[in-house]
Design a protein around this ligand. Structure first.
Ligand code: GLN
Length: 303
């Protein structure tokens, strides 16, 4: 732990640091806005103070990291593509401030829409908004948090294989006082929820869905730093989604929701697999804001 003195810096010194960081960023085509975002998180400055430079007048600014360490990490941002969210250890998703570490995928804006889809799919059936909901492969816990906020009567069960991810997810739930609404389990997809077979109103997941051999084509920030456990969807990218289609019907109630995120180009195969399985009806594909077929939604058949 750095002592207090190392964590204080004058506005003038921080302004010099910012100028150097911005020119270094621009020389390797990294957006200068990342510097200001980082300073908002690390130095608690607001964007206006940064833009108009009023922070320069301050004699003391409190940092969350010593400036030297911040400089080292900023070098890693520029030279090794370290995502800036892993430096700040936080990001925003829906209305949450979410803690992140390299053990969890950095929450993506498109994933936010899963919660709206779950809410609209159950809007005319309030009993489905109660009872048990699963977030499988919870990572930082965002889907579980989003579901807990959207469905105030539901019990949320969040599963991950990674115990490091689960400790981040628990921290995020506690930060929003949702620790008693969300239960966390370590294990493989549905396995830890065996005791609740047939009892789920819904299942929501952002599983790994990138084909193994295309992982190296991802942005270096993603490929080099984000957990492959959260990205690698096996040979065709669909191994986890295939498993979730096969197994989920044993866990969902009749009429229960099956909802996953996927990647561009997977919608037809996912629709086909859901259809061929025979346990699902009313299969829907939804687009993200970029117009990509990103989400598959289905209901467990009522028989
Ligand atoms: N959307 C993420 C990406 O593009 C991948 C997330 C996932 O595999 N679930 O990197």
């Amino acid at each position: 732990m750095a002592d207090k003195q190392q964590l204080q810096v004058s506005g003038e010194k921080l302004s010099e640091w910012r100028d150097t960081a911005i020119s270094a960023a621009l020389s390797v085509n990294v957006s200068s806005s990342e510097v200001d975002w980082l300073l908002q998180e690390i130095a608690g400055l607001d964007s206006l103070a940064l833009r108009i430079g009023s922070f320069k007048e301050k004699s003391q600014i409190q940092l969350k990291l010593p400036l030297e360490e911040l400089s080292k990490l900023w070098q890693q941002r520029l030279n090794e593509s370290l995502p800036v969210q892993y430096i700040a250890k936080t990001t925003t998703w829906r209305h949450f401030n979410i803690k992140v570490s390299p053990s969890v995928l950095i929450p993506r804006p498109e994933t936010e829409f899963l919660i709206d889809l779950a809410a609209s799919a159950t809007a005319d059936n309030s009993t489905m908004q109660q009872g048990n909901w699963a977030d499988l492969g919870t990572g930082s816990g965002i889907i579980a948090l989003g579901l807990a906020k959207a469905f105030s009567q539901a019990k949320i069960h969040a599963v991950d294989r990674s115990s490091e991810a689960l400790s981040i997810a628990r921290l995020n739930a506690d930060n929003y006082n949702l620790g008693d609404r969300i239960k966390f389990y370590q294990g493989f997809w549905w396995e830890p929820l065996n005791f609740l077979k047939g009892e789920f109103s819904g299942m929501v997941s952002n599983p790994p869905y990138i084909p193994t051999n295309t992982l190296p084509e991802l942005q270096p920030e993603v490929y080099k730093h984000e957990p492959h456990l959260a990205l690698d969807g096996g040979r065709d990218g669909l191994e986890c989604i295939r498993h979730l289609i096969e197994v989920s019907s044993n866990y969902l109630k009749p009429g229960g929701i099956w909802l996953v995120e996927m990647m561009a180009g997977q919608a037809d195969k996912v629709t086909q697999m859901l259809h061929n399985n025979g346990s699902y009806s009313k299969i829907e594909i939804h687009h993200d804001l970029a117009g990509i077929e990103r989400f598959a939604l289905a209901y467990k058949s009522r028989e």
